[in-house]
Design a protein around this ligand. Structure first.
Ligand code: KMH
Ligand code: ZN
Length: 309
């Protein structure tokens, strides 16, 4: 069978703030519309966070998620993936609530604790729409993104065992692969694994092509043929590293959560434009993209009829 590339689109996230782009979706309506357009453009997995509709502040409220989840589910057959990474303002319990409530086919699971540095973005502007934005970015200097062994065990039990949700294992450094391997050895995580290599987040591994090759080499040693990988390059590294991922046999993640631009100095008008861009690159490489159902089979997902929204 020819290999097909799974495109994940991460629609809004909790890293960028409203002043950075007028196109960042904030309200449930904006998130639903951009997610549906991204799926129609070829994304088979939609990675979702919610935000306060008035202020754009990252929000864990399950009711807010519900406002867009069923709309997306009715309009597309894309796999819905709910973040458990949440945002800086949330504790681990908050971060799990929406996914525990919605029982999606997929959820993210961050494989290590780190200092997640967003503060360099403070230098990009002096005027902000909302007072919380500069404070939020500044607070990242001292923010510990907590994903301890105990947190990971809780997420595996509350979402995986309880609801049959499977995971996008977000690995920001080589050590996170060893943590993942530890859980595989204990039998708490079973293949096929879907590993998201995250490169270019300050506090994690740098966005260097050699680092991606090393991450893949390490995963090959630890997981053999029991895993698939995808790549998320932060900011301007998004398209180059997605392209390298495809070249190395992997899948790709795009979306405004990870990068607000379409080209140097050109803000992406929406998420779908980034999906179309990576599709053109994949077409040019002679690679086909996976449909949502093909992604379901490849990743062993439970099916869109078994979610709670
Ligand atoms: N914002 C990305 C760098 C999550 O939602 O679990 C990582 C992320 C985390 O997507
Ligand atoms: Zn996310």
């Amino acid at each position: 069978m020819t290999r097909k590339v799974i495109i994940t689109c991460a629609i809004t996230g909790s890293v960028h703030t409203p002043s950075m782009s007028p196109h960042l979706p904030i309200t449930p309506d904006e998130i639903a519309r951009q997610a549906i357009d991204a799926a129609n453009a070829g994304a088979s997995i939609l990675h979702l966070h919610a935000r306060d509709p008035k202020t754009g502040f990252p929000a864990p409220d399950p009711d807010l998620f519900m406002e867009f989840l069923s709309r997306i589910n009715d309009a597309t057959d894309a796999v819905i993936n709910i973040s458990t990474g949440g945002g800086m303002n949330m504790n681990v319990r908050d971060r799990i609530r929406a996914a525990a409530n919605a029982a999606p086919e997929m959820a993210s699971l961050n494989m290590g604790t780190m200092n997640f540095g967003l503060f360099p973005a403070l230098a990009s502007r002096s005027e902000w729409k909302h007072g919380w934005e500069p404070e939020f970015l500044e607070s990242s200097r001292d923010f510990v993104f907590k994903n301890t062994f105990s947190d990971i065990e809780t997420i595996l039990a509350d979402l995986g065992d309880a609801n049959g949700t499977r995971f996008e294992f977000e690995c920001y450094d080589v050590g996170h692969l060893y943590t993942l391997s530890h859980f595989v050895e204990r039998g708490l995580i079973k293949g096929p694994l879907f590993i998201q290599f995250v490169l270019g987040v300050l506090g994690g591994i740098g966005a260097d092509p050699d680092n991606l090759r090393h991450l893949k080499l390490t995963a090959d040693k630890l997981f053999g043929d029991q895993y698939q990988f995808s790549v998320l390059g932060a900011g301007r590294h998004q398209m180059p590293l997605a392209t390298l991922s495809a070249e190395l046999g992997g899948n790709v993640r795009v979306g405004l959560e990870d990068n607000l631009y379409l080209a140097k100095g050109e803000l992406a008008p929406d998420n779908a434009s980034q999906v179309r861009k990576i599709r053109e690159i994949l077409d040019g490489m002679g690679l086909e993209i996976a449909t949502p159902d093909e992604a379901r089979v490849a990743l062993g997902l439970k099916g869109a009829d078994k979610v709670a929204f």
